[in-house]
Design a protein around this ligand. Structure first.
Ligand SMILES: C[S@@+](CC[C@H](N)C(=O)[O-])C[C@H]1O[C@@H](n2cnc3c(N)ncnc32)[C@H](O)[C@@H]1O
Length: 236
């Protein structure tokens, strides 16, 4: 099994307990990060009627739920919203929660959409798992409309500079694998999480890769002691 297949099968294995583990491990803070991402994207994009939002690496569908909830408050109409993920297990959970949404089994690097159809593409805590990352950024640029937005939420690699960074590091490397492992009965999956963050890009490098694909970062900000970073990039 290749690296990408292994990652996807790991998500298939933890799909059933993913939501509970997520809420416990993030202590609910991920809700505020998702809310911020959606609200800011709507305010940057300005249009009040969107043809299509594609949530890539949609997993159990949380981000789609937030796109829909925040759209109502912001008075934005979404004509079509689609979830994309290579893990059937994760999408089965999503389908139960969001029966009216369309879900498509696909990886990020090559997606079954025409050119220039999406107003917004989002990927929350997913890009770290995409082995062919630069190819995926090119693919997002192809599928986005001109001036369309790519919204990324991700745990990026940060230098450990102060005491709080070490506390965070201890939580991610020691506490999280234990709790996540207990809930999911799959310690390996929750050891993969901090390791994949350590192996991932810094904020600067990610911005550089986006620019190479013709996606211009217009808003980049770390939240909650830089645990989570939001990137909003515009298709030029
Ligand atoms: C940590 S989960 C995030 C799920 C969801 N977006 C959220 O915010 O809760 C990562 C997701 O990335 C998916 N994934 C793994 N490899 C992928 C790829 N090559 N392309 C797209 N998604 C991928 C996994 O199947 C999994 O559902």
């Amino acid at each position: 099994m290749g690296k990408q297949e292994k990652i996807v099968s790991m998500f298939d294995e933890i799909a059933g307990t993913y939501d509970v583990a997520n809420r416990v491990l993030s202590m609910g803070i991920d809700k505020t990060w998702r809310n911020k991402a959606c609200n800011l994207a709507y305010s940057f994009y300005e249009k009040k009627s969107l043809d299509k939002i594609i949530d890539v690496a949609c997993g159990t569908g949380d981000m789609i739920d937030y796109w829909q909830k925040t759209a109502k408050k912001a008075n934005v109409e979404i004509k079509n919203i689609v979830g994309v993920d290579p893990s059937v297990g994760m999408m089965e959970v999503a389908k139960k929660k969001l029966p009216d949404v369309e879900f498509i089994q696909s990886g990020a690097a090559s997606m079954p959409f025409e050119e220039g159809v999406a107003d917004i593409i989002s990927i929350s805590y997913g890009i770290r798992n995409v082995v062919e990352r630069q190819k995926a950024f090119d693919e997002f640029a192809r599928v986005l409309k001109k001036d369309g937005l790519l919204v990324i939420l991700e745990f990026t690699k940060n230098p450990k500079e102060n005491m709080l960074d070490h506390v965070k590091d201890f939580y991610m490397n020691k506490v999280l694998p234990k709790i996540g492992g207990m809930i999911s009965k799959n310690k390996e999956a929750y050891t993969y999480l901090p390791n994949s963050i350590d192996e991932f890009l810094t904020t600067e490098n990610l911005c550089h890769e986006l620019k190479q694909a013709g996606l211009e970062p217009i808003y980049v900000k770390g939240f909650s002691m830089n645990i989570s970073t939001l990137f909003i990039a515009k298709k030029l």
